[in-house]
Structures are given as C-alpha cells and as structure tokens.
Design a protein around this ligand. Structure first.
Ligand code: NAD
Length: 241
C-alpha cells in the first residue's frame, strides 16, 4: 500500500521537487497550495485559514492514514524591525508559522491513531543564524525550529517524529523574487548579485530544490527512525563559517 504524505506549498520550488520525488518513491501526495499544480493530488488551500486547513486534512484522514506531513509553504520578507509594519509581521507569521500550527494540529489525530508519523517543517538556515534585513523571516523560521522540538517531545510517546529542515540559499522562484526585490530597491545588477550570492557559499554555488527534497525523503523514511527534534542543516557549509 502507498504511504500518504500531506505537503503545504507543493506547487513551486522546494515543495514541487518534494512532491515529484515522493510520487516517484511511491507515496500518495496531497498538495495543499494556493496555486494549482498537476503534480500529486492538488487541494486548493490557504494555510493562513486554520479552519480550511483542518477541514481539508480531516477529509484526507477519513480515507487515508497520514504517514508524513511536510509543512513547507512560506514567504520571504526583507526588512529591519523598524521597516516591518504590523501587517507585514502578521502576514509572514500567519503563513510561515500559523500555517504550520494548523497543519500539524490537523494531522496529529491520524498519526496518533496509527502510532506512527513523520513531521517535517521547512525552516531555514535563519533558524540558526540571523541575516541582515530579515527581522520577520528570521523570527518565523526560529519559531518553526521551536515547533519541531516541542512537537518531537510531546508526541514521541506516539512514535511521531518531528524535525526541522534548514536549507541555506536554494535556487527557487522565492530566491529569484527576493533578489529581484533587492535589485529593484538598490539598483544593483541581478547577475552580479547572483554571482556574489554564489561566492558567499563555501561550496561556491547555491543549493538546488532537488537536493533539499532528497534530505526530506530520507527524514520522512524509516531509515531516519531515531531522528527527532533535530534541526537538519542543508546549506553548502554556510552556517559553518
Ligand atoms: P516558492 O515561493 O518557490 O514556493 C512556495 C510555495 O508556497 C508556493 O507554491 C506558494 O504558492 C505556496 N504558498 C505561499 N503562500 C501560501 C498560502 N498562504 N497557502 C498555501 N500555499 C502558499 O518558495 P521556496 O523557495 O520553494 O520555499 C519553500 C519553503 O522553503 C519556504 O518555507 C521557505 O521559507 C523555505 N526556504 C527557502 C529557501 C530558499 O533559499 N529558497 C531557503 C530556506 C528556506
């Protein structure tokens, strides 16, 4: 029988690579996203809407045992604390953190009943280190690391594991949007900014979404059965500096 995976934000970037890899590895994948996708079973969902997330996941759980949850939907926002308006903070927090809260809460009854489950939170290297001009994003990603740890402790007795994945700079539409915004504000040249970004990485290149997907597949599998409450860094050496 196929294992069942629920992912949020699986229509683009890292999430899309995860959906493709899990489908290839014989998972049935439900993708909860705002933007439609032909990969996996798409369910239109805004993760900021807790009752919507709950209803969709309850519906899936009526017919399937949910083995894996990947809370991946997220947005980037660049600003210092002074330049972060209350509505900006709310927006980042609602998508990046409240979305994870909603999805985890909704899958737990199915995982508890099955005495098995793997929960992955897509955090960031910014759960471990700060980056300039990134107040709300840093805050949200640190919160996800905390959620991984508390969930791991509270549900270990049910054989449910929870881990945070902490990617460095990965070449996705989110990355391109972030440097486009920066270039627009600063007048810098995009190719130069991209090259500089590569040079900042010890491995001298950015990560690819497929590389993050491979780590997530491993962490979701029984091969990772003793790994819980951890922050798994995949950053080309960036945070080792
Ligand atoms: P992306 O923009 O390519 O994809 C994000 C996906 O989330 C999109 O499909 C989008 O439609 C979906 N989404 C956004 N808001 C949503 C909402 N309210 N409800 C449902 N779906 C929503 O981004 P990505 O780079 O693939 O990032 C995926 C995750 O990885 C994010 O949490 C991001 O913070 C994290 N991350 C990315 C990088 C990077 O460098 N790209 C690094 C570290 C962590």
């Amino acid at each position: 029988m196929k294992k069942v995976c629920v992912i949020t934000g699986g229509s683009s970037g890292i999430g899309l690579s995860i959906v493709k890899l899990f489908v290839k590895n014989n998972y049935r994948v439900f993708n909860l996203d705002l933007v439609a996708s032909a990969e996996g079973d798409f369910r239109h969902c805004d993760v900021t809407n807790v009752s919507q997330v709950t209803a969709i996941i309850n519906d899936i759980a009526k017919q399937h045992t949910i083995d894996v949850l990947i809370s991946n939907a997220g947005i980037h926002f660049s600003a210092t604390i002074e330049n972060t308006r209350e509505e900006d903070l709310n927006k980042v927090f609602n998508i990046n953190v409240k979305g994870a809260y909603a999805a985890i809460k909704a899958v737990l009854p199915s995982m508890k009943a099955n005495h098995n489950g793997a929960i992955l939170l897509m955090a960031s290297d910014q759960a471990l280190i700060a980056k300039h001009n990134s107040f709300a994003y840093n805050l949200s990603k640190s919160a996800l690391a905390s959620i991984a740890k508390t969930t791991a402790l509270d549900y270990a007795a049910y054989n449910i594991r929870a881990n945070a994945v902490c990617p460095g700079t990965i070449e996705t539409p989110l990355y391109h949007k972030a440097i486009d915004n920066y270039c627009q504000k600063s007048g810098a040249d995009k190719n130069e900014v991209h090259k500089d970004e590569e040079k900042l990485q010890p491995l001298q290149r950015l990560g690819q979404p497929e590389e993050v997907a491979e780590l997530v597949l491993f962490l979701a599998s029984d091969k990772a059965r003793f790994i819980t409450g951890s922050l798994q860094v995949i950053d080309g050496g960036y945070t080792a500096q």
